[in-house]
Design a protein around this ligand. Structure first.
Ligand code: PLP
Length: 427
């Protein structure tokens, strides 16, 4: 595509696509493969964003493309209300096999936010209770239910109030999320906040669900301590509250385990999945025990496209590759190697507060005093050198790396070298 054609497309996009969602670059993308993509003018880039952790196998993995093509030739859409088809049945069986504990039954939706809404509806319907507890700093999506439980920025909530009622937020157990006087023992602090909530605001017998990201994503890449998740499990059991894990971003090997819940050994009552579930095709899932699903009255929830045949075929192919190529193990090992390298090369800079990773969920956090100046400049410099990166955090303080789990060593090397030199030049 020549320059004039590219400009024409860009201008059409500017004119007709809603400006409501943030557009980080105005690149016109033509093609993508693995951890690389090409713009319409033929420039090549490295992608450390992976569709915000959706393309777990990178772009256009051969196995996924083959599965998508074959499925599309046979059945594109039918509607799960009207029967069964192979890809959805086999995917639900596969999820039942790999999900923790007794979670063996699946409701499919089209996205993470939609699956979160469904999980909240399920929790209210099966417990007959109204209350939902979520955490400050958490992000769960853009639908109204998901917006109501999101606490990572007031900008996501402003203009939409009143949001869902009976939603309460508690401090996520990570000290950086408290501006001052953070206690040493965040696990105890956050659990005691929960107890205070029960005393002062809502009786635990009125709470349907506690919803948490086991590793906070958008809010800053902070892992919840295992003891905290174990404490939540105890409290939930004590009061008959359902524990929901939002593993939309952490699922499918991203944290060095198939699911982040495995780090703490805690099995949630409801596991919410999307993003890397289907490696870039629209799909979300609510996974819970058969017993719990059977308490959700038939007809109380549904979806036209949920469990779409092509998305399910893509998901099956993607999970197949994750398993056959041991990518969960690779995520752990490569993630540790990358974190070690970043520490060796970047820890000397005083503006950097922390470098951490759980598997391939890797964050470089900057001190609050410099983050708003330095992080956007680093992103810009990297983009100018053809590396796409993204940040996260309540104050945009963390550069998050979301490399494909199967990324080639040379792409890691080239991308990290660009990133490290951009940081070194700007700090
Ligand atoms: N939950 C988490 C943890 C997420 O990171 C996201 C998206 O970034 C969502 C839910 C919402 O997913 P979707 O954008 O597919 O609705």
């Amino acid at each position: 595509m020549n320059h004039a054609e590219t400009e024409y497309l860009r201008n059409l996009g500017r004119k007709h696509i809603s400006p409501v969602s943030t557009r980080v670059t105005d690149l016109v993308i033509k093609r993508a493969k693995g951890a690389r993509f090409w713009t319409a003018d033929g420039s090549e880039y490295i992608d450390f964003v992976s569709g915000v952790a959706s393309n777990g196998l990178g772009h256009a993995h051969d196995s996924m493309v083959k599965a998508i093509k074959e499925q599309a030739e046979n059945l594109i859409h039918f509607g799960l209300n009207y029967g069964y088809y192979e890809s959805v049945v086999k995917l639900s069986e596969k999820l039942a096999q790999i999900a923790p504990g007794n979670l063996d039954t699946v409701f499919f939706s089209n996205s993470g936010g939609e699956a979160i809404d469904g999980a909240l509806k399920m929790a209210r319907a099966v417990t007959g209770r109204p209350g939902i507890i979520a955490f400050d700093g958490s992000f769960h999506g853009r639908t109204l239910g998901a917006t109501s439980v999101t606490g990572s920025s007031s900008k996501y909530r402003t203009s939409y109030e009143p949001l869902l009622g009976e939603v309460y937020h508690v401090t996520y157990p990570y000290s950086a999320l408290l501006k001052e006087n953070a206690p040493k023992d965040m696990t105890r602090y956050s659990l005691s906040q929960l107890e205070s909530l029960f005393e002062l605001r809502i009786s635990p017998e009125r709470v349907a669900a506690i919803l948490i990201e086991p590793v906070m994503g958008e809010g800053g890449y902070y892992p919840a301590p295992n003891e905290f998740l174990q404490g939540l499990r105890k409290i939930a059991d004590q009061y008959g509250i359902l524990l929901i894990f939002d593993e939309v971003q952490t699922g499918f090997g991203r944290t060095g385990k198939m699911f982040a819940s495995e780090h703490s050994g805690v099995t949630p009552d409801i596991l919410v999945l999307a993003k890397a579930l289907s490696g870039g095709m629209p799909l979300g899932a609510i996974v819970a025990s058969r017993e719990l699903h059977e308490k959700w009255p038939t007809g109380a929830h549904g979806s036209t496209y949920g469990g779409n045949p092509v998305s399910c075929a893509a998901a099956l192919a993607s999970i197949g590759v994750i398993e056959s190529e041991n990518l969960v193990q690779r995520s752990k090992q490569l993630g540790e190697k990358i974190v070690q390298r970043l520490k060796n090369n970047l820890q000397k800079y005083r503006d950097i507060k922390d470098i951490r990773g759980v598997g391939m969920m890797i964050g470089i956090e900057f001190h609050p005093s410099v983050a708003s100046r330095i992080v956007p400049a680093i992103k810009e410099k990297c983009l100018a050198r053809h590396l796409l990166i993204m940040n996260c955090g309540v104050n945009g303080q963390t550069i998050r790396l979301m490399l494909p789990l199967n990324i080639k060593e040379e792409d890691v090397e080239e991308g990290l070298t660009i990133l490290e030199s951009a940081i070194g030049e700007l700090i």
